[in-house]
Design a protein around this ligand. Structure first.
Ligand code: NAD
Length: 290
């Protein structure tokens, strides 16, 4: 296929490189001066999109996606697919889907899970929203860039799944970190705490696969001075998206709201920016009950 790839940052760069390695022709565009092996760089997004069978976007947020989509859609050929892999708000995904449909294009919102390692290794999980035809067109590319893709429903369903998943992740990380800090104050050895919880009903991905305590459990950002991994500000972005969606859907999400407040405080007032999101543990360690 001829593929246009817009947004070649930490995630988009390696994803585009994997498409090239699998034999596709990839023309890329990024506002930053980037170079990716095998990707021919265009001077505008529209140039990268012209004549492409599929155009993939991997951008920072919904506002940028909407602006970029306005430029890409008129340049794309009828029947081509626009596949947005960014994490954005559900409303932006649906708005772009509508514009694409009006222009005779297919659209899939397909945010990913798996981080930078998953992008480089081609082991991402794609959660996709769109028509059956749109998903069918994008699926072979998901198979190259990832290990699993789930067609979640109509346009917006991929973003809905992503923010629900990441709301659970943020809440669970806070719960795991505050439990470790409590265990410390109760004089419990951290390894014993891990051994019990990781095999008891408190187990979770944040405890078992991404343990926030250094030297305990599998290798994780905690073992690397809390360098991301998954940065606290990206967790905050996703929690904000979850609360924006909860407001527009009139859903009661008190734990998500509290996790958002904690990550806001951590990122904006407690030097959490640039730290892994599991650095909530050293944050809790320093605090007392107030
Ligand atoms: P990034 O900042 O490294 O990459 C974004 C790229 O988009 C940058 O290279 C930037 O120059 C480019 N860009 C910005 N505006 C542009 C425009 N108008 N036209 C063309 N290019 C433009 O971010 P990232 O880590 O690659 O994340 C991308 C998306 O993936 C985000 O929505 C993020 O939430 C999501 N995501 C990231 C991770 C992760 O671990 N990094 C995991 C899952 C999902």
């Amino acid at each position: 296929m001829k593929i246009g790839f817009i947004g070649l940052g930490n995630m988009g760069g390696p994803m585009a490189a994997n498409l090239f390695k699998a034999g596709h022709e990839v023309v890329g565009f990024d506002t930053a001066n980037v170079k990716i092996d095998g990707v021919t760089m265009a001077t505008t997004g529209a140039e990268a999109a012209a004549g492409a069978d599929v155009v993939i976007t991997m951008l920072p947020n919904g506002q940028i996606l909407r602006a970029v989509a306005d430029q890409l859609i008129p340049a794309m050929k009828t029947g081509a697919a626009l596949v947005d892999c960014s994490t954005v708000d559900v409303d932006s995904a649906r708005a772009v889907a509508e514009l694409a449909a009006e222009a005779g294009l297919l659209f899939v919102d397909a945010p990913v899970s798996g981080g930078i390692g998953g992008a480089a290794g081609g082991t991402l999980t794609f959660m996709a929203g769109g028509t059956d035809d749109s998903f069918a067109k994008a699926e072979p590319l998901f198979e190259i860039m990832g290990q699993k893709s789930v067609h979640c429903g109509d346009a917006g369903a991929g973003q809905s799944a992503k923010i629900c998943n990441n709301m659970i992740l943020g809440v669970t990380m806070v719960a795991t970190c505050e439990a470790f800090a409590l265990a410390d104050k109760l004089g419990l050895d951290r390894q014993k705490m891990f051994d019990v919880v990781s095999t008891s009903s408190g187990y979770s991905w944040t405890m078992n696969a991404y343990c926030p305590a250094p030297g305990i459990g599998p290798q994780s950002p905690a073992d690397n001075d809390y360098k991301p991994g998954f940065a606290a500000e990206l967790m905050l972005k996703d929690l904000r998206l979850s609360q924006q969606a909860a407001t527009s859907a009139n859903a009661d999400t008190p734990m998500g709201e509290l996790a958002q407040a904690l990550y806001t405080q951590f990122v904006e007032q407690e030097n959490g920016q640039g730290m892994d999101f599991s650095a909530m543990l050293p944050r809790f360690e320093k605090r007392n009950r107030s």
